[in-house]
Ligand binder design. Structure first.
Ligand code: PLP
Ligand code: COI
Length: 370
């Protein structure tokens, strides 16, 4: 076998924004950023085609992309994305939580969507490059962070259905606070009995936009029933719990056991996998196994399940209280307070992310200054 071609080093051209957001306006935004509403002054763009591979890596002013109406991603949703956060520590350093895990998942998503894999070093380099120019946008204090959104889409103008021969990779960044308006108030979640998020052999394990578009209708149904999120079940029998539309689930039992659902069609969450280890460090037994919706309803009703929570980059750890379906509901946080395990795990995770706790596994990656 011929040796694989060496990966070219990532050396972006930098074009600074001639009209960045003013210091005062930025400070105002960082005080109350919300989620995904404001964007930094720059973005990363990289092009790909079969002849040149990944090329023309650049940091440019944030702004609209000009797309041909026949751009394939707009028609056939050949698109993937990632989500991760950069945190400002008290010593002023900026660290990103396990970005190489996102880089690897991005490659798995690319493989499923017939998109070219971006080398891990280019993924990490693209985050460094953006953070280098937009470092001032990483909020300080509170539970705020700079949310990084790498994405890749079929940018070839062609209406035939086949893998695109022109692809664009981009990274944008948005200062964020909490994802939910209610903060860490327990969520009410609605069981999707008619709709699936993913099917065996489908794209559930990939982070592709289409999965989220399909979840919007059940999400609107959830809202009509006073719920903030949707619980998706397995598509075959609608018996096993998979995940929420944008976060994984954990169940805490009265004997200290903690369970998170195993399935081939859920997104393999980086927070989920990290919590597995954090919880084990704190002495909990964590199991990943198929988990039935009946086990949830009956477990809460009998008191065996004492806490339920959702986790993900955007959601961090958010308790789940009410589980609502057409025929009834159960509530694992009837007093409106979750605990004690959920806040303990949340504190352990957040302290690690913000540099207030030891990082024995080296999960926090310091940005490389160029
Ligand atoms: N599940 C879905 C469908 C998601 O969109 C996310 C968010 O990225 C997660 C789970 C949690 O994944 P992570 O912990 O890597 O953010
Ligand atoms: C994330 O947590 O990064 C996501 O992509 C989920 C989405 C609900 C914002």
């Amino acid at each position: 076998m011929p040796a694989a071609a060496p990966v070219k080093s990532f050396q972006p051209r930098i074009e600074l924004n001639p009209a960045p957001v003013g210091v005062d306006r930025r400070a105002e935004i960082l005080k109350e950023p919300g989620f995904g509403r404001y964007f930094t002054d720059h973005m990363v763009l990289i092009d790909w085609d079969p002849e040149n591979g990944w090329h023309d890596e650049r940091v440019v002013p944030y702004g609209p992309l000009s797309l041909d109406p026949a751009t394939a991603a707009l028609h056939y949703a050949q698109e993937i994305f990632e989500g991760l956060k950069a945190y400002r520590h008290e010593d002023g350093s900026i660290k990103v939580f396990r970005p190489e895990q996102n880089a690897a998942r991005f490659q798995r998503s690319a493989a499923r969507l017939m998109l070219p894999e971006l080398p891990i070093q280019w993924f990490l380099g693209s985050l460094d490059a953006l953070l280098n120019v937009d470092e001032a946008w990483v909020p300080a204090g509170g539970e705020k962070a700079l949310y990084l959104r790498p994405f890749m889409f079929a940018s070839e103008s062609f209406l035939g259905v086949r893998a695109a021969r022109k692809v664009t990779y981009a990274v944008i960044a948005s200062p964020v606070g909490g994802y939910f308006e209610g903060g860490t108030k327990p969520l009410a979640v609605w069981v999707a009995e008619e709709y699936s998020r993913a099917a065996p052999g489908g794209t559930g394990a990939a982070k592709c936009g289409g999965n989220y578009a399909g979840a919007l209708l059940p999400l609107s149904e959830a809202a009509k029933h006073g719920c903030e999120q949707v619980v998706f079940l397995d598509a075959k029998e609608r018996r096993l719990v998979e995940e929420l539309g944008g976060m994984n689930l954990y169940f805490v039992f009265d004997d200290g056991q903690i369970v998170t659902p195993a399935s081939d069609s859920i997104l393999d969450g980086i927070i989920k996998n990290s919590l597995h280890e954090v919880a084990a460090d704190l002495g909990y037994t964590v199991t990943e196994r198929p988990f039935g919706i009946d086990e949830w309803t009956q477990g809460v009703a009998s008191g065996r399940i004492t806490e339920v929570f959702a986790c993900g980059t955007a959601a961090v750890i958010t308790p789940v209280g009410r589980l609502v379906w057409r025929e009834g509901e159960v509530n694992s946080a009837p007093t409106g307070e979750a605990g004690p395990v959920t806040p303990t795990l949340r504190r352990a995770l957040v302290d690690l992310q913000y540099g207030r706790a030891e990082d024995p596994r080296g999960w926090m990656r310091r940005i490389n200054h160029s």
